[in-house]
Ligand binder design. Structure first.
Ligand SMILES: [Ca+2]
Ligand SMILES: [Ca+2]
Ligand SMILES: [Ca+2]
Length: 266
């Protein structure tokens, strides 16, 4: 029930971020009962994040079919005070991290926490997980798009713990963990597939390019050809380091991947 309550609150908060029309009612009503949800304004919550997309000659849905994919949101207690904090990833705008001050009031601590992410697009999903098993939630941000490889490397932010003001400090350690490989990632799922006590990583990638209409034989042939940037990846945690075991696992990692969604249970 607690999880569901948190989900309702999150939906309400995200709705307040996404809402752009002041004419809309701030309450949604059940068919025959009291309101089920209340939309809170940015003035009430302090959350002003907006995933604004700036269209241009080379940045539009005609030039890039997945222009409207992303960003992402993750909820978890990053500073250990018992209150759920919120991280937003922005496609073309910097990420933002909000610390929960209680009473549904939030403070933007992105700069101090060090999690704005590198400049430039195209951030997609974000995951909170205790990647190194030290009891503190870490952050993993995916990137994709028609971009050079160095701009499609994900970012792993390791939680170094809160400072005296209760603001969690992070350090980017993507390369140290062996995760600095370019991809077309939309979401990361951390789970312990081999039940050895540490979290492994399923990386959901997608194909940003148009594929021709294929007959069954051509489809079967493509399915047999792995592609490490576009196909899904499974990585084993070998002690604060991740090794790609996709091929040994038997998972298909061809370019026939839409990267629509993944789910895991930790
Ligand atoms: Ca917190
Ligand atoms: Ca951690
Ligand atoms: Ca494991």
């Amino acid at each position: 029930m607690k999880t569901i309550t948190r989900l309702f609150i999150l939906i309400s908060l995200v709705s307040s971020v996404a809402c752009t029309t002041s004419e809309q009612s701030n309450e949604s009503t059940g068919s025959d009962g009291p309101p089920l949800f209340t939309s809170l304004s940015p003035e009430q919550t302090g959350i002003t994040f907006s995933n604004n997309l700036t269209e241009g000659l080379n940045t539009n849905v005609l030039m890039y079919e997945y222009f409207y994919n992303g960003g992402g949101v993750a909820v978890g207690d990053l500073n250990g005070d018992g209150l759920e904090d919120i991280f937003f990833s922005g496609n073309m705008v910097p990420n933002q991290l909000y610390i929960n001050k209680g009473g549904l009031k939030f403070t933007d601590v992105t700069a101090t926490a060090g999690v704005a992410g590198r400049e430039g697009p195209w951030r997609t999903g974000v995951s909170m997980a205790d990647v190194n098993g030290d009891g503190r939630l870490d952050l993993f941000v995916c990137y994709s798009g028609s971009l050079p490889p160095q701009k499609r490397i994900p970012q792993l932010f390791i939680n170094e713990g809160p400072d005296a003001q209760g603001i969690p400090r992070f350090s980017e350690q993507t390369a140290q963990y062996g995760l600095d490989r370019p991809g077309q990632s939309t979401q990361a799922s951390f789970f312990d597939y081999d039940r050895d006590g540490d979290l492994d990583l399923f990386l959901l990638n997608h194909n940003p390019r148009l594929l021709p209409i294929l007959d069954p034989d051509a489809t079967a042939a493509i399915m047999k050809q792995p592609n490490p940037e576009i196909g899904v990846r499974l990585l084993k945690n070998t002690g604060n380091r991740f090794d790609d075991i996709t091929e040994q696992s038997g998972l298909s990692s061809s370019v026939l991947s839409y990267g629509l969604g993944s789910a895991s249970q930790t």
